[in-house]
Design a protein around this ligand. Structure first.
Ligand code: SAH
Ligand code: SF4
Ligand code: F3S
Length: 423
């Protein structure tokens, strides 16, 4: 049987799709070269905002229509929506629905019909399974699963279950193996990597262990939660030369009152103090963030507080979202929901402000020397390649396909709000 997986959502899902691929290959399945050739089509899905779910449901119904000409085709849904919507998905004609802790039984499930397996297994870490990484340059390595934080807007703890950490030795082996296949970069994944603890070492300790692996040149991680960013971790980041000068540190809001109703566990002042510490210990660190516009009860003044912090901190990049109520989360039931037009208007203001800030952060790099890890060749111009700097900025420069996977020294000549043009 030939399978095809279409992946949505965060990098956890990208890594899980690699895990599923490894499980299916071991069971004798083969990857399909195209959708037309596939005997099984699987959607690995995201529930974080309503829009993410709607997009997938549209795609699923398209693919289900293939069954008219190919009745033996199986269409399945896995991941966070499987967990959240469960049986209602079977009513849409989907053949199987498998949740995030049950991927090991996928080979059997695919052969059946109307199968649903969404039981949580709070200890599931897929031991002994080292997935084959698909990227030619970076290995996405899951270091923990689940989340215990219950930020009041967020569905993730309900669809991913409780937080648990993989034993460091397994992460170490997976990293070494990735290095031995030629990958120079790893990205460690978890909903809150700062709270990693396998009973033996914490996240600062894990970084120090991985930093000793010779074949690896760059270490990245997502996501860091501000409430768990310790001084020791900052020290470990600055002391480990392979840990890149970048942190993704979701702020969510610049108002301490909103942060409290979000159940984030830190104030705006604390967030600000972390930025100061990071910049002091790691000069030139790039800081990126996530921010939500129009959280229930957010006043115009509180929204302006967020804009003020954005101006003050000058994030290198910010992922801005408008609040999306998720059924079952605390915030969906809060009074004082903000009208859709206001949410949208605030979102647009945020995006515009950040675009200007991003542009000035990128322009500040003009004239500087950077190291670029070449990841791709430009589709428009085959004599141009693109990659990332250590501080997570996309850079383009002249080069050829054979340079993919190599590190190049370059000088920044020009910049847009998203790309460094280098020489
Ligand atoms: N674990 C990560 C984030 C996971 S979700 C962390 O704690 O930072 C990625 C981002 O989606 C969040 O940071 C948040 O900004 C956004 N998000 C999550 N739920 C949302 C919702 N209901 N509406 C709008 N944005 C949301
Ligand atoms: Fe969601 Fe908060 Fe957990 Fe991040 S830390 S996944 S925002 S509950
Ligand atoms: Fe989405 Fe699930 Fe990730 S809800 S953001 S794919 S953990």
């Amino acid at each position: 049987m030939r399978f095809h997986i279409e992946t949505y959502g965060c990098q956890m899902n990208v890594a899980d799709s690699e895990l599923i691929t490894t499980i299916l290959l071991r069971a004798g399945f083969e990857p399909a070269k195209s959708l037309d050739e596939a005997d099984v089509i699987m959607f690995n899905t995201c529930s974080v905002r309503a829009h993410a779910e709607e997009r997938v449901l549209g795609r699923v119904s398209n693919e289900l229509s293939r069954k008219r000409n190919k009745p033996e085709l199986k269409v399945g849904l896995v991941g966070c929506m499987a967990q959240r919507m469960g049986k209602s998905l079977l009513d849409r004609g989907i053949d199987f629905v498998v949740g995030v802790d049950q991927y090991q039984i996928l080979p059997d499930v695919i052969m059946g019909r109307d199968q649903i397996h969404t039981e949580f297994d709070q200890t599931q870490l897929y031991p002994g399974l080292i997935p084959t990484h698909h990227s030619k340059t970076c290995a996405y390595i899951t270091i923990m699963r689940g989340c215990n934080n219950f930020c009041s807007y967020c569905i993730v703890p309900f669809v991913r279950g409780r937080e648990r950490s993989r034993p460091w030795q397994e992460i170490f082996n997976e990293t070494r193996e990735a290095g031995s296949t030629g990958l120079k970069e790893i990205t460690l994944l978890g909903q809150n990597v700062n709270s990693y603890h396998d009973g033996i070492i914490d996240f600062a300790g894990l970084l120090r262990k991985l930093n000793s692996i010779e074949s690896i040149e760059r270490i990245r991680f997502v996501t860091s939660h501000p409430k768990d960013l310790s001084d020791d971790l900052i020290e470990s980041m600055s002391g480990c030369e392979k840990v890149c000068e970048h942190i993704h540190l979701p702020m969510q809001s610049g108002s301490s009152r909103i942060l409290q109703v979000m159940n984030r566990g830190y104030s705006s002042e604390h967030y600000y103090s972390l930025i100061t510490k990071l910049r002091k210990s790691i000069p030139n660190i790039a800081i990126t963030t996530d921010i939500i516009a129009g959280f229930p009860s957010e006043t115009e003044a509180e929204f302006n507080d967020t804009l003020a912090v954005m101006r003050d901190v000058e994030f290198d990049y910010a992922f801005c979202f408008k609040f999306s109520p998720r059924e079952g989360t605390a915030a969906a039931g809060f009074d004082n929901q903000i009208q859709e037009e206001v949410r949208l208007e605030r979102l647009q203001k945020m995006i515009e402000l950040q675009r200007q800030i991003t542009l000035s952060r990128f322009q500040a790099k003009i004239g500087k020397n950077v190291e670029v890890y070449i990841e791709d060749v430009s589709r428009k111009n085959r004599s141009q390649v693109s990659g990332k700097t250590r501080d997570f900025k996309i850079a383009v420069l002249s080069g050829t396909e054979s340079e993919i996977g190599t590190l190049k020294q370059a000088k920044v000549k020009d910049a847009t709000a998203g790309t460094l043009i280098c020489e």
